[in-house]
Ligand binder design. Structure first.
Ligand code: AMP
Length: 292
């Protein structure tokens, strides 16, 4: 496994791989890797000749009062995990390499970028689409792997790929959870022991919604209300949103008959967590996995 620090070298490698008629799988990450990231890497490994994992804590997707400074960084450990998982290249540029002084070009997907996390975190998705578009130019992969964990991000990136004609297939991988149901996240490292237990309320709310949908309830407002009540039972949780939306447009829907995305964001102490559940229509919910 080779660690690549510069854009020029990464582009030269990709040109060589493609000249040999080999496929490239790209897994963009911000590091602090866990089993959720590794599931994306394994999918990439099984479907491509060469696998590139990018590790870049992207300053442009953090708001001024967010956790950019304290975001967990474990580069050595990340590399050991990726080496073991059969990765060929780790692309780990500096912020100066990715954003040299004077850059003024952004990629912004209007509309869908202002929904869910985009509403709570203004500018977040503009930062995400800008960096992912740059990564797609640097690493013109055949397949790029993203987690369903960040369902709104998936909707935004799908639209970016469509609108901008990126010749890259997005592959969305299921949410990997801890044994007790908590969705794996690099930010879970912020939680103390008590908060770690309190954080389970997000998964509990989704499970309650899934159970109710399984019994035939298809009214989105009713389902969302039940989910919000579950969150309210945990005094330590501060709900940001719990919404039932169309998984492509992220617009609210009235009825889950044709399928829906249930998305939740809440803070436990100072840690903001997100989770979601895809409902496949009235009476046929396929919910969060209960373990990995
Ligand atoms: P991040 O490093 O948090 O930017 O995540 C990099 C990629 O890993 C994103 O596509 C995430 O959606 C994905 N990911 C993060 N956590 C999980 C998880 N628990 N299960 C599946 N994918 C995940």
């Amino acid at each position: 496994m080779r660690v690549i620090r510069t854009i020029a070298e990464m582009q030269a490698i990709c040109r060589t791989v493609h000249r040999e008629d080999k496929t490239i799988g790209l897994v963009p990450t911000m590091g602090a890797l866990h089993a959720g990231h590794l599931s994306l890497v394994r999918s990439a490994r099984s479907q491509n000749d060469a696998v590139v994992v990018s590790i870049f804590v992207n300053p442009k997707q953090f708001g001024p009062n967010e956790d950019f400074g304290k975001y967990p960084r474990n580069f050595e450990q990340d590399c050991a995990m990726l080496d073991q998982t059969g990765v060929d290249f780790v692309f780990a540029p500096s912020a100066e390499e990715m954003y040299p002084e004077g850059g003024t070009t952004y990629v912004h997907v209007e509309g869908v970028s202002e929904k869910l996390d985009g509403r709570s975190r203004p500018g977040h998705f503009k930062g995400v689409t800008t960096v992912v578009a740059k990564l797609f130019h640097i690493i013109p992969a055949d397949h790029a792997y993203f987690g369903q964990k960040d369902a709104a991000q998936v909707a935004v990136l799908r639209k970016m790929v469509r609108d901008q004609n990126f010749d890259i297939e997005l592959v969305v991988c299921p949410i990997v959870r801890e044994k007790d149901g908590l969705a794996m996240s690099s930010r879970n490292a912020y939680l103390n022991e008590a908060e770690r237990k309190q954080a389970l309320v997000l998964h509990r709310a989704l499970l309650r919604i899934q159970t109710l949908a399984d019994t035939g309830e298809s009214n989105a407002a009713t389902l969302a209300q039940v989910g919000r009540e579950v969150i309210a039972e945990e005094p330590a949780a501060k709900l940001d949103y719990l919404e039932i939306v169309d998984s492509d447009t992220l617009d609210p829907i009235a009825d889950i008959g044709k399928g829906a995305l249930v998305a939740v964001a809440a803070s436990i102490g100072s840690t903001r967590l997100i989770d979601n559940l895809v409902l496949h229509g009235a009476g046929s919910a396929r919910g969060p996995q209960t373990s990995n």
